[in-house]
Ligand binder design. Structure first.
Ligand code: KOT
Length: 828
């Protein structure tokens, strides 16, 4: 099953929606006009970046036309998705494919002497997120537009998204990312949608009607939030939603009094301080950022969004009390949890509602998604900081908490030590190390529904972090397993495979991924297998070219491409993969003449700049790569590659080229994972633990089509309770011990032999993530994978069954579940 039989078309849209002559001429002239009149460029002087901007402007015009056609009426209910991160990537292929204009655009540009692929390459990624949480928000936005959920996303328009990663002798270096340097042709600035956001100051009281005391917050400082809308066009252009990103501007550009008084620097300082809020995305993933600027970001975008949606509601319906009937707000993790007291504040202090009414509106409008149970990621803010920055909100939080605790104290258990411990556990304020507001508890208590992102994760929410709150309201926590948008991660990223699917099961598969099931019947058909394998081969050759260009390493596209791409984090266990690589290296050296299955280990991912251990793991991967790749005895049987600057667009090149997908987190620690879904859909086989959505992937693709190893979540907990578990596991595994010794002895770092001792010592002493416990089983399953690869028919049948059975992981399914069971909103 090797030689490509059928040619792989550049795009699957060709047979479905071919370019009609008139449309090409229209678009060509539109692009030409944009280039001249919007950009002031001649075709001769235009760079690919200019052609990109001109094309994007021409496409945007067509999106707006679709938008105005579809969106005249006021929907009965809107969804508002609040997220500090939207990891969007490029927008051009979404826009073209969803409008059915890919071939039209290609032809229009060709007539202008321009290559569409080069234009697409010139679009910078919108990297306004760190990883899974932000990418999920982007997939959900696309799916909501595709299935017709009237929705608006709210976030921050960061000047600088996630940093650019490069390597200097294998060490990660960070550089600022400048996606807005030449503007953003997709966005519409909306200066008329500007809100004043307060910080600091004091709260005063006045008595209003009927002896009710009203409170007034007088902020010491105000920052303006200015809306910028990015249209999100759904599949077939039927619906268009907006992603509204807030830019921070100073209340006054310069403090004129200070300027005229001679304090020129001081006069612009306030402006700098205001604008800092939307300057840069915090680069930590799955860990809480305790800095004041972060809290300012969170309040800034939450307050602007809540004010905006409440104003829209009141303009449309007249009465703020009916907000829950017409708006559903989803909080993406706790970053917007300040929405709970902010909505209360608006309802109480601005709209004059009574507390009970305000609480009813709040708790029937807000919903909260939890994305991690890792202790270091659970946000808490010092009470002292909250009192200083958001004094009115802190008052409201105290009152919410007081009522919450009173209510529970009523139900007995008073007086006992037990009761005190219980109240301390459910309190919104953690008093155990200084006084801190627990944002997870706040979001939980203020929400109508709270969801986890995979079945296992939702169970763990109920049984661990939120167990006491769960017992108070057992219907509040629901599961909503994550999904991915097939438009980006299948149709656009893998046009060859999509075309094969269309030709095999019909074009309906583009609208209904369940039709992928029809591929199963072909899983052992030699002609179909040959075409499926040819698509993979073509993607692998393209990736090999990228690898050669960016790293100088030559890899053989015939080898097994074994891929682990994701943020670098200890719980994701890239280190386990690297240690297995070292053990494999040793085994090959010991028996160089065995017929080893040729493998290319491909890594990519960013480490948070302050995460020392993660950066050392990257350095180890790079040092191991150099030693292995330079060893002539190993030759082509093992190659190791670390691709720099992982991004959404790089993922789109890597995932369709993968044979094996590494999803090897410590069981119980990866809430869901979504990369796992992208790989399986594109036909990579998964090697993984029973963690997050891996469990549900196994249930869908079948246990015989996935490689599972390692401890399960309860086994992890049991093992962590055993004394010296790591030392004993190393002692029991000569292979692991030898690999660790080789690393610890400086074999990969002769210039600094002790370089990796922080990694190896930590494994011997603590091994919080149970690498030592899972190593032998991981080795075993990897060798089973070697054997499976040597049976191409068996391998391709498994791969095809993966593609055929992944439809359920579409984010369209996830959004339908949210719409029906959380938001109670009708599809448009
Ligand atoms: C938490 C706090 C700060 C920044 C990021 C997070 C975060 C990210 N929490 N969870 N995630 C990931 O979210 C994905 C989407 O639900 C999951 O698939 C993944 O397992 C989480 O690690």
């Amino acid at each position: 099953a090797r030689a490509p039989e059928a040619p792989v078309a550049a795009s699957w849209t060709a047979p479905v929606l071919s370019a009609s002559g008139d449309a090409v001429v229209d678009l060509r002239e539109s692009i030409r006009a944009k280039l001249a009149f919007a950009l002031g460029r001649t075709p001769e002087s235009a760079r690919p970046r200019d052609w990109f901007a001109a094309t994007a402007l021409a496409l945007r015009e067509r999106i707006v036309a679709a938008c105005m056609a579809s969106e005249r009426s006021v929907p009965n209910k809107r969804v508002y998705y609040l997220s500090l991160e939207f990891l969007i990537g490029r927008l051009m292929s979404d826009a073209m494919n969803n409008l059915g204009l890919t071939e039209t655009t290609r032809a229009a540009l060709r007539e202008l002497g321009v290559d569409l692929d080069a234009v697409q390459e010139a679009e910078p990624d919108a990297a306004l997120g760190n990883g899974g949480l932000g990418r999920l928000a982007a997939c959900f936005m696309e799916s909501m537009a595709s299935i017709g959920i009237p929705a608006m996303g709210y976030g921050i328009r960061y000047d600088h998204g996630l940093f650019r990663q490069s390597f200097e002798d294998g060490w990660q270096r960070e550089a600022p990312e400048t996606w807005l340097a030449e503007g953003n042709p997709w966005e519409f600035a909306r200066p008329e949608a500007t809100y004043a956001i307060g910080f600091g100051g004091a709260v005063t009281m006045s008595s209003a009607e009927a002896g009710v005391i009203r409170r007034h917050w007088q902020p010491a400082e105000t920052v303006r939030a200015v809306a910028h809308d990015v249209p999100v066009v759904g599949w077939r252009g039927r619906h268009v939603n907006a992603l509204r990103l807030w830019k921070a501007e100073a209340g006054e550009p310069v403090d004129l009094a200070r300027f005229n008084g001679g304090d020129h620097v001081g006069a612009v300082a306030a402006r700098m301080r205001a604008e800092a809020i939307s300057r840069v995305l915090y680069p930590s993933d799955s860990s809480a950022e305790g800095q004041e600027l972060r809290l300012r970001q969170e309040y800034f975008f939450t307050a602007a969004s809540i004010q905006d949606l409440v104003a829209r509601h009141v303009a449309e319906r007249g009465d703020v009390r009916s907000l829950p009937d017409h708006a559903a707000i989803q909080l993406n993790d706790t970053h917007p949890a300040i929405a709970v007291p902010e909505l209360m504040r608006l309802l109480l202090d601005v709209y004059g509602l009574a507390w009970e009414d305000a609480w009813h509106v709040t708790t029937h409008t807000l919903h909260y998604t939890n994305h991690t149970l890792l202790p270091e990621a659970l946000e808490t803010w010092p009470v002292e900081l909250m009192e200083r920055l958001l004094p009115r909100h802190m008052q409201i939080i105290y009152l919410i908490n007081w009522m919450h605790l009173e209510e529970q104290a009523k139900h007995g258990r008073q007086g006992s030590a037990d009761a005190a411990a219980y109240l301390a556990a459910i309190s919104l304020i953690d008093e155990s190390h200084g006084r801190r507001v627990r944002m997870g508890h706040l979001a939980f208590h203020g929400a109508r529904r709270v969801n986890g992102v995979s079945a296992l994760h939702t169970d763990l929410m109920r049984s661990t972090v939120f167990s006491d709150l769960h017992a108070l309201d057992p219907d509040k926590i629901v599961n909503k397993t994550n999904g991915i948008t097939f438009r980006r991660w299948f149709h656009n990223a893998n046009p060859g495979l999509t075309r094969l699917a269309v030709e095999t099961v019909g074009a309906g598969v583009l609208d209904n991924p369940e039709l992928l099931r029809g591929l199963e019947a072909q899983a052992e058909d030699p002609a179909f297998v040959a075409r499926y394998a040819a698509v993979r081969r073509e993607r692998k050759e393209a990736l090999a070219a990228i690898i050669a260009e960016r790293t100088g390493i030559d890899v053989d596209p015939a080898a097994l491409f074994d891929v682990q791409v994701k943020r670098i984090h200890e719980y994701k266990r890239q280190l386990l993969n690297i240690i297995e690589t070292v053990a494999l290296y040793q085994a090959i050296k010991a028996e160089p003449h065995r017929d080893w299955t040729p493998r290319v280990k491909i890594f990519a991912g960013k480490a948070a700049p302050s995460y020392v251990q993660a950066k050392l793991i990257i350095k180890l991967a790079c040092d191991v790569a150099r030693a292995v790749n330079d060893d002539p005895e190993v030759a082509d049987r093992l190659k190791v590659v670390f691709l720099p600057n992982y991004s959404v667009s790089l993922a789109e090149s890597i995932i369709p080229a993968a044979d094996l997908s590494e999803q090897i987190s410590t069981a119980g620690m990866e809430a869901s994972g979504t990369g796992n879904m992208k790989f399986a859909l594109n036909g990579a086989l998964t090697v993984g633990t029973l963690d997050g959505a891996n469990i549900e992937i196994r249930d869908h693709v079948g246990a015989e089509n996935i490689f599972i190893f390692g401890l399960e979540a309860d086994g992890v907990r049991a093992r962590q309770a055993e004394p010296d578990y790591a030392a004993r596991a190393i002692e029991a595994s000569p292979r692991l011990a030898a690999a660790l010794d080789m690393i610890a002895a400086g074999r990969f770092s002769p210039d600094e032999p002790g370089r990796f001792r922080p990694l190896t010592d930590d494994l011997r002493r603590r091994d919080q993530y149970l690498l030592t416990a899972d190593f032998d089983d991981y080795w075993r399953v990897q060798r089973a994978i070697d054997a499976a690869w040597r049976d191409p028919r068996g391998w391709w049948a498994k791969a095809i069954r993966n593609t055929a059975r992944m439809a359920w992981f579409s984010s369209d399914r996830a959004m339908r579940e949210y719409a029906g069971e959380i938001w109670r909103v009708r599809l448009g």
